[in-house]
Design a protein around this ligand. Structure first.
Ligand code: HDL
Ligand code: ZN
Length: 448
């Protein structure tokens, strides 16, 4: 039965596969359309660790907006890779962290970009960024780059990076349990007011470490008890509402361990927090809960931010949440490659589940291609293929350059598969699909 309700007169004879007059020319024209559409389409980057300049900019002590060559080269992904080519016996973690930022950057540049081939994705990303900024990626020291970056003004540089990256909005991550950042919000309620950025309330400790988080809330004047008795649920809802309003947050976010379960008989208080606090507050405000699941933190603590690891997680927790809370919206990404297919199938079952990104250790060409191909084949265009997760502003340039090219490669293959059936694909359709993938799916999911 067709959607119009009319029974077709007879099953139409299958049209013969299109006989492309010139398969190569046909592929070329689709490649051109897809490439043009992708690089013309502004991205709304739904998860980053970038900040408005009002939070202070590096190298200002305590500045949260990280940018420039020394931040790029000391990104924690590269710290982990440095300790693949040197050993703690040669340079102890302690001595490494006692070095100044520029000294650490000089060491990483020499070891990963001069004495070894910068072939990893994190290394290549730095080179792409330099190239797109019009700088020569072959310098043997960082001095020439430092001279160039010293001439940049952070606020104007935000515009420059967004233009080069083709990003129209940067979504921040705002961890309310971070004392330094919370103080900035309390001292300057307008700190997040910048049309180029939106805020996100990040609340990991409420689920990952309730006893400690609960004590902090009590210290801030919320009448909460560790056993969640009395008016604790009301007070936690008040806490969430106050910060969501203060930040004008567009969603609530958490990074969760591989062991995350819902319901979790071993964590009844966590279940109560989700059921009685987080879900009602998000539903009332029609805000998604972004769950980033599978981060096993600090497996090698001396590496600091570089010391986190991945673990296989339980997709059934996501399924249970989507089913129990049909009026809530869930933005979900998982860190283990092994979880991706099951998570994709879960998204076929729940319209309130939006998959996003190739997160962290998945943000590499080989895995972005695999995941994007699988998602297009299972979900059509109803997902958000990428977020940058950029910690350093300049990374937006390479993360979106690389991802656009990989998404484009997969889209061309899938469009050619469709064209081979004789289906006529228009440039406008390609532009529409690309807009959905890079911006509109996320924006429409927020406004649903
Ligand atoms: O928890 C998160 O948001 C992760 O993205 C971490 O920030 C992680 O350290 C990271 O930077 N991943 O790319
Ligand atoms: Zn992140």
């Amino acid at each position: 039965m067709s959607l119009s309700g009319k029974k077709p007169s007879s099953a139409a004879a299958p049209t013969p596969a299109a006989k492309p007059s010139n398969a190569i020319a046909h592929r070329q024209s689709i490649e051109n359309d897809v490439h043009k559409a992708l690089f013309a389409q502004p991205v709304t980057d739904l998860h980053t660790h970038c900040y408005t300049p009002r939070f202070g900019a590096s190298p200002q002590p305590g500045g949260l907006l990280l940018w420039g060559i020394d931040e790029l080269v000391t990104y924690h992904y590269l710290v982990a890779e440095l300790y693949r080519v040197i050993t703690p016996a040669e340079l102890s973690y302690e001595r490494f962290w006692l070095m100044g930022k520029s000294e650490r950057a000089d060491l990483i540049w020499r070891m990963l970009f001069v004495e070894n081939s910068p072939i990893s994705e994190a290394c290549r990303g730095v080179l792409t960024t330099l190239q797109r900024l019009g700088l020569d990626p072959n310098e043997k020291t960082l001095e020439p780059y430092r001279r160039w970056f010293d001439q940049q003004d952070p606020d104007a540089y935000v515009d420059k990076v967004m233009a080069l990256a083709g990003v129209d909005s940067i979504t921040m991550t705002n961890p309310v349990f971070d004392d330094a950042e919370r103080a900035m919000w309390e001292n300057d309620p307008a700190v997040g007011d910048d049309p180029r950025f939106t805020a996100v309330l990040r609340i990991d400790p409420l689920l990952r470490d309730w006893p400690r988080a609960g004590k902090k809330l009590a210290g801030w004047g919320f009448k909460v008890r560790e056993d969640f008795s009395g008016g604790t649920a009301d007070e936690v809802r008040r806490f969430l509402g106050m910060w969501l309003d203060r930040m004008k947050a567009i969603y609530v976010a958490m990074s969760l361990p591989p062991e995350f379960k819902y319901p979790d008989p071993a964590n009844p208080i966590g279940d109560r927090f989700i059921r009685e606090c987080l879900m009602p507050v998000c539903a009332d405000r029609r805000l998604p809960w972004a769950m980033m699941i599978g981060s096993r933190l600090q497996v090698n603590p001396p590496l600091k931010d570089a010391g986190d690891m991945v673990g296989k997680a339980d997709v059934q927790a996501v399924v249970n949440l989507c089913r129990e809370f049909p009026h809530n919206k869930f933005l979900v990404t998982m860190l283990a490659r092994e979880n991706q297919h099951e998570l994709c199938v879960a998204a076929r079952k729940f319209g309130n589940l939006m998959l996003f990104g190739c997160w962290w250790f998945l943000n590499n060409p080989a895995l972005i291609e695999e995941m994007t191909r699988m998602r297009l084949e299972l979900l059509g265009t109803t997902f958000v293929p990428q977020h940058s997760d950029a910690r350093i502003l300049d990374q937006l340039i390479y993360k979106w350059d690389h991802s656009r090219r990989i998404i484009g490669k997969v889209l061309v293959d899938k469009y050619l598969d469709v064209a081979a059936t004789g289906y006529a694909l228009s440039t406008a359709q390609i532009q529409r699909d690309v807009a959905l993938l890079l911006r509109d799916n996320f924006r429409q999911f927020l406004s649903r």
